[in-house]
Design a protein around this ligand. Structure first.
Ligand code: GNR
Ligand code: NI
Length: 167
């Protein structure tokens, strides 16, 4: 397995739209393994393939405290949603920035699992927020896109400064 470099906002590759997975090949399984390792190392509670510059519909999530409950979503779709919640969101592609984003409180997701079987499940709270955040990545959307232009330009400046300090 390997750690994959994570693209950082405002990298234009974060705007690419991910293609559906046609078949769960060895290559897809390897991608999932590397994405999980990258997410745990970061550390983060989710990672979309888009963030590692692979533009296919694959997401890994683990919101457990013990980091032993990996959820892999392939070609996921939100088929129902209700309610509203504002959670403080962060993103591995936008290091050290957090802001409140409005999301659906409850969602129903249809997805393919790593086994190739299709399943539907309900999610709420942090898991629902995380799934919406990750599916946005697959569509080329970063949570910063929901903020004002002023906040966006401040974030870009701050990230540039941070990168200068670490290079
Ligand atoms: O690690 C992450 N934490 C987080 C917190 C609140 C809402 C969403 C997230 S996802 C983020 C990892 C990430 O960038 N996934 O794309
Ligand atoms: Ni993110």
């Amino acid at each position: 397995m390997a750690l994959l470099p994570i693209l950082e906002y405002p990298d234009p590759r974060l705007k690419k739209v991910a293609q559906p997975v046609a078949e769960i090949t060895q290559e897809i399984r390897q991608l999932i393994g590397n994405m999980a390792e990258t997410m745990y190392a970061a550390p983060g509670i989710g990672l979309a393939a888009t963030q590692v510059d692979v533009h296919v519909q694959v997401i890994v999530i683990d919101i457990s405290e013990t980091k032993d409950d990996l959820l892999t979503l392939i070609n996921p779709e939100i088929i129902a949603s209700s309610g509203e919640i504002y959670g403080d969101e962060g993103c591995l592609s936008v290091p050290n920035y957090f802001d409140q984003i409005k999301r659906a409180e409850k969602i129903t997701v249809r997805t393919m699992m790593e086994t190739g079987e299709t399943r539907e499940f309900n999610a709420e709270g942090l898991l629902a927020v995380c799934i919406q955040h990750e599916i946005d990545h697959l569509r080329g959307i970063v949570f910063v896109d929901y903020l004002s232009k002023l906040k966006q330009s401040r974030i870009v400046k701050k990230l540039k400064k941070q990168r200068q300090m670490t290079m």
